[in-house]
Design a protein around this ligand. Structure first.
Ligand SMILES: Nc1ncnc2c1ncn2[C@@H]1O[C@H](COP(=O)(O)OP(=O)(O)OP(=O)(O)O)[C@@H](O)[C@H]1O
Length: 377
């Protein structure tokens, strides 16, 4: 939908912010531009809606050169969200959200209804509608920023470090919310961040830029983690690359066992009969209570840690549960929190090896990717 074709931006003082950048931004997905400070992310984003004009190259939207489109029409098709939300401080939350619909000539009532609908969509309490931005938390303001950008239902959303100014917990909530919203709305989102974890979590495609505004790599996040194009990308991805990549593998193929799971009200012989070193004890509803060490007297139970949900959680989550568990076994539960089985670190290790083998790319595909990268770079 958006095609950036050999675009360069040289500012009047001679700074080359973006250097011959080419990217195909797929329709209805999140494409993340990531890289160190000053590598040209914001400049690239602003060239898409023509807040900055390229020095060379073209940007096509649905096959049409954005330079040939009137700026107002272009910007109406693109919501824009920035860090700290950039809200109008003297307008209420509802009026902030209704800004673009009102500009487009919508009646007051319709605009207000739209604002209410969007507040619900982005998880804001309707009671906040009459407040002013300073009366909201940073995270709430950021949600208003997203709602405002979505108000006229533009097909494209440009987001420039939208979640950078909030604390990590709020940030995670906003990221989850964006993914949920995107599932519902299917916008074409271009998202700028300097945080590689955010990029890997949100992006369908991730473009890593390096200083001087050059493209270092453009790939889906799992490929980025498994095959960084060079030392710069590898360094930028940081530590724990292997572990982080496990987030892209599902945990539902893990072989669970119920041999070591017993109900607290099971007869004592059942506990004694098992030769497992640890037994997971559940309550009458099948929810986990803790681990009992074989041969240990009394009712003392070891913590079962945090369980994982096969089908929803990744192999990374399952491994984390096993690593955190005092027994080395992870506990699997269903949506109601009832135990469906347990799995050892060793079994998880085998599943990881199998996942890596399945995911190993064939050499031809690798060679093709190398060519693409050369073209893109
Ligand atoms: N109006 C301008 N005039 C001159 N140079 C500029 C201008 N705007 C940006 N630059 C320079 O262009 C380069 C790229 O800036 P840009 O803001 O696009 O980077 P960025 O990757 O978004 O950075 P950050 O992560 O710090 O926001 C930087 O060296 C910056 O100093």
């Amino acid at each position: 939908m958006i095609r950036i074709d050999s675009v360069t931006k040289r500012y009047p003082d001679g700074t080359v912010a973006v250097d011959r950048l080419s990217l195909e931004i797929p329709d209805r997905s999140i494409t993340v531009l990531v890289g160190p400070s000053g590598c040209g992310k914001t400049t690239t984003l602003r060239m898409i809606n023509r807040m900055v004009e390229p020095t060379e190259g073209t940007i096509l939207l649905d096959g049409e050169d954005v330079q040939r489109q009137p700026v107002t029409t272009l910007r109406r098709s693109m919501g824009y969200v920035i860090q700290n939300a950039g809200l109008f401080q003297h307008r209420t939350i509802a009026d902030n959200i209704a800004t673009v619909p009102r500009m487009l000539g919508w009646g007051k009532r319709r605009a207000r209804e739209r604002a209410a609908e969007l507040m619900e969509r982005v998880g804001l309490d309707a009671a906040l509608a009459g407040r002013y931005p300073y009366q909201l938390s940073g995270g709430q303001q950021q949600r208003v920023g997203v709602a405002r950008a979505l108000a006229a239902d533009p097909p494209v959303l440009l987001m420039d470090e939208p979640f950078s100014a909030v604390d990590p917990v709020v940030r995670k909530g906003l990221q989850d919310e964006l993914l949920r919203l995107q599932d519902e709305l299917g916008k074409t989102i271009v998202f700028v961040t300097h945080d590689i974890d955010e990029a890997v979590k949100l992006g369908t495609m991730v473009a890593v830029l390096r200083e001087g505004g050059r493209l270092a790599q453009y790939a889906p996040p799992a490929d980025l983690l498994s095959h960084p194009a060079d030392a710069f990308v590898e360094d930028f991805l940081g530590a724990d690359r292997g572990i982080r990549r496990l987030s892209f593998f599902p945990s539902d193929a893990l072989e669970l066992t119920t041999d070591a799971v017993v109900s607290a009200d099971a007869p004592a012989e059942r506990l004694a009969a098992s030769d497992a070193p640890y037994l997971l004890v559940t309550d009458a509803d099948g929810r986990p209570l803790g681990w009992r060490e074989r041969g240990s007297g009394g009712d003392r139970l070891l913590s079962y840690g945090r369980p994982f949900r096969p089908g929803t959680d990744s192999l990374r989550a399952a491994l984390d549960c096993a690593v955190l568990s005092p027994t080395g076994w992870a506990v699997a539960v269903d949506a109601d929190g009832r135990v469906t089985g347990v799995v050892s670190q060793q079994t998880i290790g085998e599943a990881i090896r199998a996942a890596h083998t399945q995911a190993a790319p064939d050499p031809d595909a690798d060679a093709a990717r190398g060519e693409d990268e050369k073209v893109a770079g």
